[in-house]
Design a protein around this ligand. Structure first.
Ligand code: ZN
Length: 447
């Protein structure tokens, strides 16, 4: 073995167990009882520490190409590793959008050499859905469809376009990520509310009401059933959305995600933090936050993903006093594991639930089963060492994203990620990143 990890507490999706790990060529080669026979060139002592699989974030915006003033592969994936996220799936919403195989390959080439975490790339789908097969060939992990709240180039304009796209995705054996919503509701309510608004923060959430999300989820589920496509519903945020999902998900091949901010922050944060807490879907009333926690526990929602969507401090500051002037979107990569540890501390999740919803679950949904998200024989040795005995405060000053703040600043976290391995290489220790960008492009296994 190259490395032996001794005396740790291994966290899987169903239990926590004392074990020693052996790593060879970046993969886990042995899991033995504590003190068992493992010969290795180097030994890491994990006494008193929990060992989690590196987190797999299925929804991030890294703003490259074209918007690197906001983030970029380097800054975004450094933030990821600092927070224990070793694999990211990157949305196609940059400039240019990722519509063609050429754009996909250009984006992959941009990321290679810059990415500190392993990465997959998601594809956009145009009105004619004509590039699906070539994008699958290039290694796209999913095709992203937006039913509302997006630029005209990305908007799926009607039900027939949605069905066409899903038929193509199904035929190619891929997955459609659907961001739900109802374009008519959002655009008409936004116009009506803005016309009489003086820019107060309270005017923003009603432009994306729960009924918009619920209508979008219903449409996604019905279209998934009709087309036979595998559909992943993005960022469910409210009880109305979760209820529709619970009623319809068994009728088709559906999975769903929720963000850490919709699990932990309510709409009063808009009053406290102003535009820094502006995001779509918006932060909801406290009752919806509780409903999201319950939906995750009940497995109506399968996974947690951050929707990391940073903007510069100056861009957010433009919304001081006028909420309409700031862009929507908040950073989440670096705080992914810490925010989940807050839910663990509150007794809402166990550590195995955290692994299921943030590591093995997303890996299984997106073609990485057995490679990422689990500490098992043959998997990549992406490992986060967590000291559950220590607590700390989340601070803006520690954030590596170009957003330079977090909506979770001040929150107390029980559990410190003290060391991160990526394919057996130590890439983070005590909050400091080590070495150089080692991130690799990952293709999904064809199902
Ligand atoms: Zn997003």
């Amino acid at each position: 073995m190259d490395i032996a990890i001794r005396n740790g507490l291994l966290v899987t999706s169903d239990r926590v167990v004392a074990a020693d790990l052996g790593i060879t060529d970046g993969r886990i080669e042995a899991i033995v009882a504590p003190g068992g026979a493992l010969k290795a060139q180097r030994t890491l002592d994990a006494a008193g520490l929990h060992l989690l699989p590196g987190l797999v974030d299925a929804h991030v915006h890294l703003r490259e190409p074209g918007l690197v003033h906001k983030e970029g592969f380097a800054a975004g994936t450094r933030a990821a590793l600092a927070g224990g996220v070793t694999t990211v799936m990157v949305m196609p919403t940059d400039d240019p959008l990722t519509f063609t195989a050429r754009q996909f390959e250009d984006k992959r080439a941009l990321a290679e050499g810059q990415a500190w975490a392993d990465f997959m790339l998601q594809a956009a789908i145009g009105a004619q859905a004509c590039h699906v097969e070539e994008l699958v060939e290039a290694g796209a992990v999913s095709f992203e469809l937006f039913l509302a709240d997006v630029s005209p180039a990305l908007l799926v304009p009607d039900a027939e376009s949605l069905l066409l796209a899903l038929h193509r995705v199904a035929a190619a054996g891929s997955v459609a990520g659907i961001t739900p919503g109802d374009h008519d509701v959002v655009s008409k309510r936004t116009a009506a509310i803005r016309a009489g608004s003086d820019g107060r923060w309270q005017d923003f959430p009603p432009t994306r009401p729960p009924v918009s999300e619920a209508l979008g989820i219903a449409r996604a589920c019905v279209a998934a059933r009709e087309s036979g496509a595998r559909v992943h519903v993005r960022q469910v945020s409210c009880a109305a959305g979760a209820q529709v999902l619970a009623a319809l998900r068994s009728s088709a091949r559906i999975s769903a995600e929720v963000t850490p901010h919709n699990l932990l922050l309510d709409e009063d944060e808009l009053g406290r933090q102003g535009a820094n807490a502006k995001v779509a879907p918006p932060l909801r009333p406290a009752s919806d936050v509780l409903s999201m926690q319950q939906a995750l526990r009940d497995r109506v929602i399968d996974i947690v993903a951050t929707d990391h969507a940073p903007h510069l401090p100056a861009e957010k500051a433009a919304g001081a006093g006028d909420i309409w002037k700031a862009p929507g979107g908040i950073p989440g990569l670096q705080t992914f594991l810490p925010t989940m540890l807050i839910l663990v501390r509150q007794g809402l999740l166990g550590l195995p639930d955290l692994v299921r919803s943030c590591c093995s679950g997303p890996a299984q949904l997106f073609g990485l089963a057995g490679r990422k998200g689990e500490l098992c024989i043959g998997a990549d040795a992406d490992i986060v060492f967590v000291d559950m005995a220590r607590s700390w405060h989340i601070r803006d000053d520690d954030q590596l994203s170009k957003a330079r703040y977090t909506p979770f600043a001040g929150r107390v976290v029980q559990g410190v990620p003290v060391r991160v391995l990526l394919r057996g290489r130590e890439v983070m220790r005590d909050g400091a990143l080590l070495g150089e960008p080692l991130g690799r492009f990952l293709r999904p296994a064809r199902s």
